[in-house]
Design a protein around this ligand. Structure first.
Ligand SMILES: NC(=O)C1=CN([C@@H]2O[C@H](COP(=O)(O)OP(=O)(O)OC[C@H]3O[C@@H](n4cnc5c(N)ncnc54)[C@H](OP(=O)(O)O)[C@@H]3O)[C@@H](O)[C@H]2O)C=CC1
Ligand SMILES: N[C@@H](CC=O)C(=O)O
Length: 447
């Protein structure tokens, strides 16, 4: 039977995501009430600039005093879609102290301080949900936390940042420039308030920390995640990937180490074969593979950013939190029950694509191969492109003419090796007189 007294919800933030949450709460109020078992009333909306035009958002609900809003004491749920660490952490904590459950899309905060927030929610007998914080609309955290709770997850690998996928897709597919593609992603509402978080990999690293924590039932913070963004990826890297039958994606990879005693979490650009399902993830879509012992390989795919897709995940959490409020219960809390150490990046074993600028003269290839062998890094393939002296980037493949004193580009692809061994190899290569520079190093994944 439907309860007539409405559940009261406050919205903190009314930007790209918040305005969609407000719109759906208004336009689908009857459906939401039917699914929850009580009507839901939007009690207030905290923003920074109340004068800003917000189509369809009731102006009388706007306030700049978020603190007063969360202290009202009659709220059932607070939806936080402001972003960042402070004042949001304090607002969420205050909401818990005043008896409200919290739904958030804030991966930065959850990856920095998730454990303390979960503890605070438990202390006050309320929920903390954040499905929207990872992979936008894709239901991923709840399946990991609940549906796979009886299985052992060994690996989570995927594309979890829509903005960078959009940029790489545009650069690879249409030849668009980096800045142009980033501007387009920002205009479409995919990028963070500070897009550095996207392109430098902080956003994906925060998501990787959240995923690793839930998948492996341990605590992982953003500081535990090895992070490289895509600002170093060049058009030449993308072209080189194509030559190998690959494309470049910014990946998040969380793994149990083979002995099961520790985990690794990393975010970096990687080459993946065009035949891999992740290679065909376009625009701001995300896709995540979860490998579990009994379930095998699962793939989650869908829109990873944008106002409406993210609002869908927020509203799913809102319905769950409201149902729990009505039933007088809380849902599944933090899933950490053990503390696995996080191994350093040097322990990660994978393949590498290394592009070297070398002197184009006899014996160089042998010298380079010797350095790899000395560090126990096995070479899979080598491709040489001689640069015609005085010319630009005109490349002649392996059999091309060699000019004394000229330069060549050497592309080495290795077999699997520890990251530490690869770093040591590159350090030694840089010391060779015949190696003029290391143009790029990229990991090769997904084979
Ligand atoms: N955009 C996306 O695709 C996705 C975003 N997220 C996450 O959702 C959250 C919101 O993102 P998004 O909607 O894009 O961000 P926006 O920048 O579009 O919106 C932020 C909102 O917060 C308000 N705000 C900022 N500071 C304060 C403050 N101190 N007090 C009250 N209100 C404040 C802003 O007010 P005003 O409008 O007046 O400036 C604005 O309405 C972030 O955590 C983000 O990481 C998660 C998944 C996808
Ligand atoms: N900036 C983020 C938004 C969603 O989390 C992204 O591009 O993925």
């Amino acid at each position: 039977m439907m309860r007539t007294r409405p559940l009261k919800v406050a919205l903190l933030g009314c930007g790209v995501v918040g305005s969609e949450v407000a719109r759906i709460m208004t336009t689908q109020a009857d459906d939401l009430a039917a699914r929850i078992g009580a009507p839901v009333e939007l009690a207030g909306i905290a923003v920074r600039r109340p004068g800003r035009v917000r189509a369809g958002v009731p102006a009388d609900l706007l306030t700049t005093d978020a603190t007063a809003l969360v202290k009202r004491g009659d709220l059932d749920v607070v939806v936080e879609v402001i972003g960042g660490i402070e004042p949001v952490r304090t607002l969420i904590t205050t909401a818990f102290e005043h008896g409200a459950s919290v739904v958030s899309a804030n991966k930065a905060l959850l990856a920095a301080d998730g454990a303390a927030l979960h503890a605070k929610a438990a202390e006050h007998g309320v929920d903390l949900y954040y499905e929207a914080a990872v992979a936008g609309a894709i239901p991923l955290l709840r399946p990991l936390r609940e549906s796979l709770a009886g299985d052992r997850v060994n690996r989570v690998l995927g594309i979890v940042n829509g903005t960078t996928n959009f940029i790489l897709d545009r650069m690879d597919g249409t030849g668009a420039g980096y800045s142009e593609a980033l501007d387009e992603a920002t205009a479409l509402g995919y990028a963070e308030a500070d897009p550095t978080a996207d392109v430098e990999g902080f956003d994906a690293a925060a998501k990787a920390a959240i995923l690793a924590g839930i998948a492996f039932h341990t605590r992982v913070t953003i500081d535990d995640v090895h992070r490289e963004g895509l600002t170093e990826v060049t058009a030449a890297d993308i072209a080189s990937a194509r030559k190998m039958g690959c494309t470049v994606k910014l990946l998040a990879i969380c793994e149990r180490t083979p002995d099961g005693r520790s985990v690794t979490a990393r975010v970096h650009p990687a080459m993946i074969p065009l035949s891999h399902p992740l290679a065909s993830v376009r625009e701001a879509y995300n896709a995540v593979f979860v490998e579990a012992e009994a379930a095998g390989r699962l793939m989650f795919y869908g829109p990873g950013a944008g106002g409406a897709p993210t609002a869908s995940a927020v509203l799913g959490d809102l319905v769950a939190a409201c149902r729990n409020k009505l039933a007088g219960v809380t849902g599944a809390g933090e899933s950490a029950y053990t503390q696995l150490p996080v191994s350093p990046m040097g322990d990660v074993v994978t393949r590498y694509h290394i592009s070297l600028d070398v002197a184009d003269k006899p014996g160089v290839l042998a010298q380079v191969a010797t350095v790899f062998a000395e560090h126990d890094v096995s070479i899979d393939t080598v491709r040489q492109q001689s640069r015609i002296q005085g010319g630009d980037e005109t490349a002649v493949e392996q059999a091309g003419p060699r000019r004394e004193g000229g330069e060549a580009s050497l592309v080495v692809v290795t077999h699997r090796a520890p990251d530490a061994a690869l770093s040591a190899t590159v350090g030694s290569l840089r010391k060779l007189d015949t190696v003029r520079g290391v143009a790029s190093i990229m990991r090769v994944e997904g084979e």
